[in-house]
Design a protein around this ligand. Structure first.
Ligand SMILES: [Mg+2]
Length: 250
């Protein structure tokens, strides 16, 4: 029976230097657009990746854009889920056009809400003197979600943006949206944008191609939980947001 691993990338298969608990024998895994190293694998992560790559097909399932994904140098050969599920790449690297058409319609319908919230966030930043701002992430001609990063990389500052601006808006006019905050990253997504929907689409296609299959889901964040729960098995790296919320709590 064929086995497939849907794997988140950042903070799951590799991470930035600051987040590496042990700094021995790191190897570069992803790069910034200027060519400098963005993220590293540990020996344990490389051992894990080569072990799973032997027995199953690894399908990256990431919030990264087309451009940021092209700067990940791990070696994948099947489908890929990008932009939180907004884009699916086929095994030949081309964009899956049916999925793109469907997501484009859903995302255009969600755009006015994202623009409204962006304006609220930017007003709040101007009023409070906070240095961050809301950025709309678009890829291949489709707007997907907004992201706020703290300019000083103080993750706790984003907690305030979430509590004072984002959550009240979601509780009121923004019910069709959700927020994910992890480290120095606060993202607000339309509920119609979810990695789990893209994973379900690929899983159905794989079942048509291969018959019965076994699926594994792996990720570090709350935002990965839904697609992981839909897989036959879930794998959670230790010392991550998702591990803290689940197995480490218990
Ligand atoms: Mg992650």
């Amino acid at each position: 029976m064929k086995k497939f691993l849907f794997a988140d990338l950042d903070d799951t298969l590799f991470q930035t230097l600051e987040k590496c608990a042990v700094r021995d024998a790191l190897e570069p895994a992803a790069y910034y657009s200027n060519g400098s190293i963005c993220s590293y694998t540990t020996p344990a992560q490389r051992a894990f990746f080569s072990f799973v790559s032997e027995g199953m097909t690894v399908i990256p399932t990431t919030a990264r854009s087309l451009d940021a994904f092209s700067r990940v140098h791990l070696g994948f050969s099947s489908y890929a889920v990008l932009n939180f599920g907004g884009i699916i790449l086929q095994p030949d690297g081309g964009i899956e056009r049916d999925w793109q058409g469907r997501m484009h319609g859903l995302m255009l319908a969600a755009l006015p809400g994202l623009q409204e919230l962006s304006a609220h966030i930017d007003d709040w930043c101007a009023r409070t003197g906070y240095g961050g701002r809301a950025r709309l992430v678009e890829d291949a001609g489709t707007p997907f979600f907004i992201v706020v990063k703290d300019p000083d990389k103080v993750a706790l500052n984003l907690e305030r943006v979430e509590r004072e601006v984002v959550l009240p808006w979601i509780a009121g006019e923004g019910k069709a949206y959700c927020v994910h905050r992890n480290g120095n990253n606060l993202a607000v997504l339309p509920r119609t944008l979810d990695k789990a929907d893209a994973v379900a689409w690929i899983t159905e296609r794989l079942r048509r191609e291969h018959g019965e299959i076994v699926t594994f889901g792996m990720g570090d964040s709350r935002s990965d939980a839904r697609f992981m729960a839909d897989c036959d098995y879930a794998i959670i790296p230790r010392r991550t947001q998702l591990a803290k919320l689940t197995v480490e709590t218990l």
